[in-house]
Design a protein around this ligand. Structure first.
Ligand SMILES: [Zn+2]
Length: 260
């Protein structure tokens, strides 16, 4: 069984002391590939170093909506140059809108749209972070889909409703589930996981955040635990974990153009 963790942050300090052991555990768990996300372009060299060290890591470059106050026009150029500089860059992001923790709407929208422009110009998918902003995110993606047919991407760490899922799947976006789908009180996320079309389903850890049940108490989540996300999807959808692994691995391969 092969799994792909489509959203990790293993460049964070919390992983550095024992990263080889962390890698051994993801290998044991059947994780054959990881897509490393990026919260700001200054992380590029630390992520690139990991992608060179581990052949199974490819990565994104972008600016997180909660860092949108750092956005400036030069950054668009910087992200584009960095993305062009390494063949292991497979996505732009993470970008998107987060109106839960911040209210700098205009800055977030500017950073988001600029990154949508870069992604479509480079023909790369976008990794979208969306919190308390499904309507606005959907509108902007629709606007860009009308402008650029090659716009594609993933709604990462899905936290919305089943109705919202449909809106993004209608735009041909993938929906990625994280450890939150294993949380007991996450009924709406679980309902979402039941309705996503198989060919649009992805899994991730978003590690080191959001460790899934049964590791929920742990301070640090890690890629091996993506298996618990796959198990929960299998349970919710009445499928085998092998079937979930096969379909999500194929979907990740397609979206990010991975040669596996
Ligand atoms: Zn992330």
């Amino acid at each position: 069984m092969q799994l792909i963790d489509t959203h990790v942050h293993i460049n964070f300090d919390v992983f550095q002391p024992d990263l080889e052991a962390v890698r051994w555990r993801w290998q044991q768990a059947g994780v054959v590939h990881l897509v490393h996300s990026c919260v700001e372009p200054t992380e590029f060299s630390s992520i690139q170093t990991l992608a060179r060290r581990f052949p199974e890591v490819s990565f994104a470059v972008g600016l997180h909506p909660l860092d949108a106050e750092k956005w400036h026009h030069g950054m668009a150029w910087e992200i584009e140059l960095l993305a062009r500089s390494d063949a292991k860059v497979v996505a732009i992001g993470e970008t998107g809108l987060d109106f839960y923790k911040a209210d700098n709407y205009e800055q977030q929208i500017m950073a988001f749209e600029s990154q949508l422009a870069i992604a479509t110009a480079l023909d790369l998918p976008v990794i979208v972070h969306c919190r308390n902003a499904a309507v606005q995110t959907r509108q902007l993606l629709q606007k860009w889909k009308n402008l650029k047919e090659n716009l594609r991407g993933v709604m990462h760490c899905w936290g919305g409703t089943p109705e919202e899922v449909q809106g993004f799947v209608d735009l041909d976006f993938y929906i990625s589930f994280s450890g939150t789908v294993t949380f007991k009180n996450a009924k709406s996320i679980q309902e979402s996981a039941m309705v996503v079309r198989s060919d649009r389903l992805l899994i991730e850890t978003d590690c080191p955040f959001l460790a899934p049940v049964p590791k929920r108490g742990q301070k640090r989540n890690e890629p091996a635990y993506v298996r618990y996300v796959a198990e929960q999807l299998a349970r919710l959808r009445g499928e085998s974990i092998e079937a979930i692994a096969a379909v999500t691995t194929e979907n990740a391969r397609q979206l990010f153009g991975l040669a596996l």
